[in-house]
Design a protein around this ligand. Structure first.
Ligand SMILES: *Cc1c(COP(=O)(O)O)cnc(C)c1O
Length: 401
C-alpha cells in the first residue's frame, strides 16, 4: 500500500497540486520546511510539550462498558472511545493547528490566515495563534457568520480578526478562495493554515502527520487494555483528518478501517456531504479528489446536520485508501446520527459532537451484529457536543427524552 505521496504529491490518482503558478514556490517552501522540522528533535519536543500541557494529551481510550452491553448483552463486544472530545477546544482540530502554528513560527512567519465554515477550525486556529503569539486573520462567508455567531464571538475574544466574505454563496468555498488570494499576496510573512487533510500537496500530508498522534496513542492504549489490536476502527469523515489521524498507523495491520460520511437527509435526496460514497472525480481547492458536483463540474452545495461534515470535498489519501478497498466507506443520515447522539448521552454520560455521532451510529450497528465471538471496536470520538445542543434540541423537539 502506498503510504506516502509520490513526487507530484499524489496518492494513486488523487491529490497533487492544482494551484496557480505564484503559489507553487510557496508550497515548495512549505514542503521543504515541513520535512526539515518534522525530523527536528527540538521542534518535536516543543510540539509534544504543547500537546501535553496546553491541549491535554494524551487523551484517554475509554471502555464504554454500558454502551457495549446495551448493544451486546453477552459481553463479547467491547466498544472503546478515543476521547478527542477532551482535547482543548473540544475536538481533535487543535492537534493540527498547534502543529502548523508552531511550523509557521519556525518558518519565521508573523501571521497565520485560515478559512472556516462552521467556525470550529477558526477557533482552533485562533487559540494556537494566541498561544504562539502570531497575528491571526480568519476568512468566513457572511452567511456562515450569521449562522455561527457564537464561534465568531469566540474567535474575536481570542484576538483573531474575522474577515467577512460577501461573494458567491457566502459560505466556506468562497472563504477558501479569498484566503488563497490573501496568501498569494502576502506569502512572505503569512502562513496559510489548512484545517483538514485537503488542499494542494503538501497540506494533506502535513495535516495527517499532525493528527497521527491519535492513532499512535490508540495503538499503545488498546494493547495495554486488551493485549491486542482492535477488530475495527471507526471514524467520521468530513475532510478526513480525524479519520486519517487514527487510521494511518493501522494501515498495514489486520484491522478493519471504516469511514462514516454524512448522508444528511439521505444519499438519494442530494442533501448530504458524502463525497466518497456519492461524489465524482474533480478538482477543488488545489487537489484532485472526489467531490460533490453536477454534470458540468459545478460544485454542489453540501449539507449535514453536523457543520463539520458539511464540505463538498474530501482528502485525497482517504479517497485512495477507499479506492484500494483498504478503508471501507459508509454514511449515516441526520436521523441515525441523532439517535446515536442520544444513546451515547444516555448510556455513557458523554454528549458527542454531531460529527462524531455519525461514527457512533456505525459502531452501534456493528456491535449489534451477533458474531458469537469477541469483537473489539474503537471509535474516534472526534469532538464534544456542547456546540451542538441547540441544533439537537431543535431536531429532537417533540421527542420524549
Ligand atoms: C471538523 C470536525 C470534523 C470533521 O473534520 P475531519 O477533517 O473530517 O476530521 C469531525 N468532528 C469534529 C468534532 C470536528 O470538529
Amino acid at each position: 500500500m502506498q503510504l506516502q505521496p509520490d513526487e507530484s504529491g499524489k496518492f494513486g490518482r488523487y491529490g497533487g497540486r492544482f494551484a496557480p503558478e505564484v503559489l507553487i514556490s510557496a508550497l515548495d517552501e512549505l514542503e521543504h520546511a515541513f520535512f526539515k522540522f518534522h525530523e527536528d528533535k527540538s521542534f518535536n519536543a516543543e510540539l509534544d510539550n504543547l500537546l501535553r500541557t496546553y491541549a491535554g494529551r494524551p487523551t484517554p481510550l475509554y471502555f464504554a462498558e454500558n454502551l457495549s452491553s446495551f448493544c451486546d448483552p453477552s459481553g463479547r463486544v467491547r466498544i472503546y472511545l478515543k476521547r478527542e472530545d477532551l482535547v482543548h477546544g473540544g475536538a481533535h482540530k487543535m492537534n493540527n493547528t498547534l502543529g502548523q502554528a508552531l511550523l509557521a513560527k519556525k518558518m519565521g512567519k508573523e501571521r497565520v490566515i485560515a478559512e472556516t465554515g462552521a467556525g470550529q477550525h477558526g477557533v482552533a486556529t485562533a487559540m494556537a495563534a494566541v498561544k504562539l503569539r502570531l497575528k491571526c486573520d480568519i476568512y468566513m462567508g457572511t452567511e456562515d457568520i450569521e449562522r455561527q455567531r457564537l464561534n465568531v464571538f469566540r474567535m474575536k475574544l481570542l484576538g483573531a480578526n474575522v474577515i467577512p466574505v460577501d461573494k458567491g454563496s457566502k459560505t466556506l468555498k468562497d472563504a477558501i478562495n479569498e484566503a488563497l488570494r490573501d496568501w498569494v499576496t502576502n506569502v512572505e510573512h503569512t502562513y496559510y493554515l489548512i484545517g483538514s487533510v485537503v488542499g494542494p500537496h503538501p497540506y494533506p500530508l502535513i495535516v495527517r502527520e499532525f493528527q497521527r498522534v491519535i492513532g499512535i496513542e490508540t495503538r499503545k492504549q488498546i494493547i495495554e487494555a486488551e493485549g491486542r489490536l482492535p477488530d475495527v476502527i471507526v471514524a467520521c469523515v468530513g475532510g478526513g483528518s480525524n479519520a486519517m489521524g487514527i487510521f494511518y498507523d493501522f494501515i498495514e495491520d489486520d484491522v478493519e478501517l471504516i469511514g462514516v460520511e454524512a448522508a444528511g437527509r439521505g444519499l438519494h435526496t442530494g442533501m448530504h456531504g458524502a463525497s466518497i460514497c456519492a461524489g465524482e472525480d474533480g478538482v477543488l481547492h488545489g487537489m484532485f479528489s472526489k467531490l460533490l458536483q453536477d454534470e458540468y463540474g459545478q460544485i454542489n452545495q453540501s449539507y449535514s446536520i453536523a457543520a463539520g461534515l458539511d464540505y463538498p470535498g474530501v482528502g485525497p489519501e482517504l479517497v485512495f485508501l477507499a479506492e484500494q478497498g483498504r478503508v471501507k466507506m459508509t454514511a449515516a443520515t441526520d436521523n441515525e446520527t441523532l439517535t446515536a447522539f442520544k444513546i451515547l448521552a444516555e448510556k455513557e454520560g458523554i454528549i458527542p459532537a454531531l460529527e462524531s455521532a455519525h461514527a457512533i451510529h456505525c459502531a452501534i450497528k456493528l456491535a449489534k451484529k451477533n458474531r458469537g465471538r469477541e469483537y473489539i471496536i474503537v471509535v474516534n470520538l472526534s469532538g464534544r457536543g456542547d456546540k451542538d445542543i441547540f441544533i439537537a434540541a431543535e431536531a429532537l423537539a417533540g421527542e420524549t427524552l
